[in-house]
Design a protein around this ligand. Sequence first.
Ligand code: GAR
Length: 199
Amino acid sequence: LARIAIFASGSGSNFQALADAISHEPEAYQAEVALVVCDKPSAYVIERAKAAGIETAIYHPKQYENRAAYERDVLARLQAENIDWIVLAGYMRIVTPVLLAAYAGRMLNIHPSLLPAFPGLHAIKQALDYGVRVTGVTVHLVDEGMDTGPILAQRAVVIEDGDTEDTLAERIHAVEHELYPQVVKELIQGRLQPSQPRG
Ligand code: GAR
C-alpha cells in the first residue's frame, strides 16, 4: 500500500474525510494514511488522528532557525516512515524546496475557491467580499507558490442570496470532503493527470 502523510494545521475535517474513505476501502485506494504532520500543537486534527489510531508528528516551526531547517526535520520523519505521498489538508504554510524536491508530483493541496481566484487565507470570505456568484473547490499539485501548481480537479459551488461565511463554508466543506478522497484515489491509481495550460 502507498503510504500517505496528511499535513494539517486546523480542525482536520478533510483529514477525517480522507482517513474514513481510505480506511473503508484500502484495496481500492492501494493506500493507507500512515502519518499526520501538524505545525500547530493545539490543532483539533491531533485529537482526530489519535482517535483514528494514526501516528502524529507535531512541530513548533518557530523553534527552528528558518523554514528550511523545519522542513529538513519533517522530511527526515517522512523518510523514516517511508511516506510516498503528501496530502495537504488545511496546512496553512508555504512549502519550501526542501519538501518539494523530495516529493515533486507527489504532493497535493485542496483550496476553497476556484483557483486562480482567491488564493491565500480566508478564500471563502474573499469570494463573498468580491461579490462573485460562483466559487468552489480546487485540488492541485503543489509548487513553490501559494495555492498555485497544476490543477487536478475543480468543483463549482453557487453562492446563494443571504449566504454568510458560515453557510457558504458548510457547503464548500461538504464538496471538499467528497472531492478530495476521489482525487487522491484516482491520482494514486494513475488515472488522473494534471491539466496543462492551453495558452
Ligand atoms: C479547508 O477548507 C481547506 O480547503 C482550506 O482550509 C480548510 C481546512 O479545513 N485550505 C486553505 O485555505 C489552503 N490555502 P479542515 O481543517 O477542516 O480540513
